[in-house]
Design a protein around this ligand. Structure first.
Ligand code: KIV
Length: 257
């Protein structure tokens, strides 16, 4: 079942662009499913936009499993992908063990950050029968080593490394690759040179699809809206108004009669 769903995403290349979103809870997963989103990611962005951590390096396997279970209860038609969190994929054995835990929680595929550096882990996951989605470019789990979130692909060495990583992941059997904060030119070059969909986030408009952190789209992840979010619905303002209006109705009720 999950193999066929991941194959469907792979087969969208050149036919239909992939519109993917993250979800971390049951009601949001229901909304995404009703809207026909074909790929729902329980991303480790969970750490920042739901759990209040400063970055994704604090997210644990236990936290990922908890939120994957919640999203899986929505039984979405689209493919449910879960992130392997920080340091959960350091050896092939560990990668398989943790990918299996996410699948047991309800994930139908897993995603991990990195290219050739994690190829043995990716191969082990795929050999275990678990569909795999790559993630290249800016790797949020490396934000501390890299000292921030920087666009990738500007330097020639970076461009070549990204292309080699993307080809390696496609060759080994990944069904798609997320490209995060990659220059539009390099994202296009990668998209044109591999046979699986690239799903961009802050990577220009020439990828085979796009993914957004759903709370950036809703405008509920705080006041900061990343530049790549073309339209944020700023729902937190409406939520705040609802709370203020309700509080007012409790504190100063309109006298009846
Ligand atoms: O964790 C996440 O939400 C992600 C997206 C940014 C692609 O990996």
């Amino acid at each position: 079942m999950s193999q066929s769903k991941s194959t469907s995403i792979r087969d969208m290349k050149g036919r239909q662009r992939v519109a993917a979103l993250t979800a971390y809870d049951y009601p949001t997963a229901c909304i995404l499913d009703q809207a026909g989103i074909p790929l729902i990611l329980v991303g480790d962005s969970l750490g920042m936009v739901v759990l209040g951590y400063p970055d994704t390096t604090h997210v644990t396997m236990g936290e990922m499993e908890h939120h994957v279970r919640a999203v899986a209860r929505a039984k979405p038609q689209g493919l449910l992908v879960a992130d392997l969190p920080y340091r959960s994929c350091e050896t092939p054995e560990q990668a398989v063990e943790n990918a299996r835990r996410l699948v047991a929680a309800g994930a139908e595929a897993v995603k991990a950050e990195g290219g050739q550096a994690i190829l043995p882990q990716v191969q082990a996951i795929l050999t275990d029968g678990i569909p795999f989605c790559g993630h290249l470019g800016m790797l949020p789990q490396s934000v501390l080593e890299e000292g921030g979130y920087h666009v990738k692909g500007k330097a020639e060495a970076e461009r070549q490394a990204l292309l080699a990583d993307a080809r390696a992941l496609a060759d080994v059997g990944a069904f798609a690759i997320v490209l995060e904060l990659v220059t539009a030119v390099v994202a296009r070059e990668i998209s044109e040179s591999i046979s699986i969909p690239t799903i961009g986030i802050g990577a220009g408009s020439h990828c085979d699809g796009e993914i957004l952190v759903v709370t950036d789209l809703f405008g509920t992840s705080g006041d900061y809206i990343p530049r790549h979010v073309k339209k944020s619905w700023r729902l937190s303002q409406q939520m705040r108004s609802a709370v203020v209006e309700w509080k007012e109705s409790v504190v100063n009720p309109v006298p009846i009669g």
